[in-house]
Design a protein around this ligand. Structure first.
Ligand code: B16
Ligand code: MG
Length: 224
């Protein structure tokens, strides 16, 4: 069932693929692991890891390589990948903020609309700090605060609670199917970030936040 129309009072943003371009670093690190394990891991395979937790991503990667490993080895490999990933993101700066993100965040702030982060990443704080994005957020919920990964709605429900806005007044910006499903399950509105025809469960899909303004947001939410 579609949520009823309510004016938007909070925007909840996914991080990787919505505000910053960190997917390329996840890919580099996962590919390096696959190379070491002796199989090919392509950018197409990597698409399936978007928005998926670290351990679930490893399971998908190992399935690509047709490998079955015990839990202890899997934790060691996930750690190895994460160390490489952290090394890449420790060098990133605000040049990796995706187009349109900053101006939209600034406009939301000017209009008194609350801003929350809802990311699966346990490295979100490093990324936000390096990209100088922390001051924009009224709430930051990431993989260190949640026990259930998207499509579970936990990350967005916690974000809405922290900014004290009811779910029907919240909209989620997401680049992953699992994230859009999480928004729907949280009873929130949703805008997908991706190519036309993708993210079919989202109420709207835009190619990037460059297409967004507060006026357009309120119009979209009133019309759907
Ligand atoms: P980490 P998001 C997600 O971030 C990424 O899209 C996904 O590829 C990654 O596996 C997940 O975070 C966990 O990240 O290994 O850093 O804890 O899109 O939810 O902001
Ligand atoms: Mg994402």
């Amino acid at each position: 069932m579609k949520p009823m129309n309510h004016p938007i009072q909070a925007c909840l943003f996914d991080l990787d693929g919505v505000l910053v371009d960190t997917a390329k670093y996840h890919f580099l690190a996962w590919k390096r692991l696959a190379d070491e394990l002796g199989f090919v891991f392509t950018e197409e395979d990597n698409e399936r890891l978007k928005g998926v937790s670290r351990m679930a991503s490893l399971d998908i990667l190992l399935a690509v390589g047709n490998l079955q490993l015990d839990e202890e080895t899997k934790f060691t490999l996930a750690d190895k990948k994460n160390n490489w990933y952290v090394d890449y993101i420790s060098k990133m700066d605000d040049s990796e903020i995706l187009p349109g993100s900053l101006s939209f965040l600034q406009e939301l702030k000017q209009h008194g609309i609350k801003i929350a982060l809802g990311s699966a990443s346990k490295n979100a704080m490093t990324i936000l700090n390096n990209a100088n994005l922390v001051p924009y957020f009224d709430a930051i919920i990431d993989g260190t605060h949640t026990s259930n990964a998207k499509p579970d709605p936990e990350v967005f429900i916690l974000g809405a609670k922290e900014v004290q806005i009811a779910p029907e007044h919240c909209v989620v910006f997401e680049d992953a199917e699992a994230g859009i499903e999480a928004a729907l399950r949280a009873g929130m509105r949703s805008i997908g970030i991706g190519p036309v025809g993708s993210l079919t469960q989202a109420e709207y899909v835009v190619s990037s936040l460059e297409e967004m303004s507060v006026e357009k947001l309120q119009q979209m939410m009133a019309n759907s």
